[in-house]
Design a protein around this ligand. Structure first.
Ligand SMILES: Cc1cc2nc3c(=O)[nH]c(=O)nc-3n(C[C@H](O)[C@H](O)[C@H](O)COP(=O)(O)O)c2cc1C
Length: 292
């Protein structure tokens, strides 16, 4: 963290994941400062122990060294520009090239991103801005394993030029914008209006944490159908095929819900037509799962 002149003000740890969710944003310019070894070890341990959604969970491994990481990141992709100076790269490995495995990677790696954010570290999810084959040369893979995403990790550069660069990219992808809850949440059936004003405050807080999740190109493809009554259920759908984004938003719901005392969990219904039918969702919408 830094004061208004960009001077570090010492390490402060954010207490809750909900604070980390509000504080996190993608950083594309990193300071020339490595993360202490015990901090890196903690994140890898955290990743290995993180709750997951499939039988064979993804693995998270690490590449360190600005030069090594720089060679992997040196790729210009669309509006993103370069991610520069990151001293570390978290590499997400999935056991097989499937949507479910990607979804679980989103779930596990976003928990790590938020734990890193709690510890004053900056991150940037990447599925485009890196060379997968160069990353593959530098990590040990088990048979069948595929690299599905990476996350730049380090301390943010706080000088004016770096801030200008980051804010320009953020404007280009409209990174600061999120759809209002009324647009992404429906009551009971697809398209039925839902309003936060009459809803349980804990539910509104969980959905607000979902809404703030990062997604590729900030597409925010998630839609929720809330089923009220004695037993609250949240059904998650996607407007496009982006399983990693689905896993990320599921992590936000699970972490925020746990902090608010919910003892719910996700059950996957990936591409299950019964879930579409149940809420009368139109064709093309992808069912993901139910939190209850
Ligand atoms: C799955 C995924 C892939 C992403 N890929 C890239 C990428 O290749 N390069 C990049 O600069 N940003 C990438 N991003 C960052 C998004 O653009 C960013 O999360 C989004 O614009 C929201 O901004 P915020 O993270 O600052 O809230 C990715 C994000 C996600 C979730």
């Amino acid at each position: 963290m830094a004061d208004l002149d960009g001077q570090p003000v010492g390490v402060e740890m954010l207490e809750t994941f909900r604070e980390a969710i509000r504080f996190r944003h993608s950083t594309r310019r990193y300071a020339d400062r490595s993360v202490p070894d015990d901090g890196l070890a903690h994140l890898l341990e955290f990743a290995a122990q993180a709750p997951h959604l499939t039988d064979v969970p993804p693995r998270v491994t690490l590449i360190s060294g600005r030069e090594q990481v720089g060679q992997i990141l040196a790729r210009y992709i669309g509006v993103y520009g370069l991610v520069q100076g990151a001293p570390h790269l978290l590499v997400g490995l999935i056991p097989e090239d499937s949507d479910r495995a990607r979804l679980d990677l989103g779930y596990v790696l976003e928990q790590v991103v938020l734990e890193a954010t709690r510890r004053d570290l900056s991150t940037c999810w990447m599925t485009g801005s890196y060379h997968p084959e160069r990353a593959a040369d530098r990590v040990e893979r088990r048979p069948g394993e595929v690299i599905a995403a990476t996350v730049a990790l380090g301390y943010a550069r706080e000088d004016r030029l770096a801030r200008l660069h980051d804010s320009t990219i953020r404007r280009l992808v409209a990174a600061h914008r999120r759809r209002p809850l009324e647009e992404i949440v429906f009551a009971g059936k697809w398209g039925a209006p839902w309003s936060p004003t009459r809803a349980d405050p804990a539910l509104v807080e969980v959905l607000e944490c979902a809404r703030l999740a990062p997604s590729a190109e900030n597409r925010q493809p998630w839609r929720f159908v809330v089923e009220g009554g004695a037993k609250l259920r949240l059904h998650l759908f996607l407007t496009g095929p982006s399983p990693i984004d689905a896993g990320i938003v599921m992590a936000h719901v699970a972490l925020a819900g746990a902090e608010l005392g919910w003892d719910g969990h996700w059950v996957l219904h990936w591409q299950d037509p019964a879930l579409l039918e149940m809420v009368s969702a139109p064709p093309g919408i992808i069912p993901v799962g139910t939190f209850s």
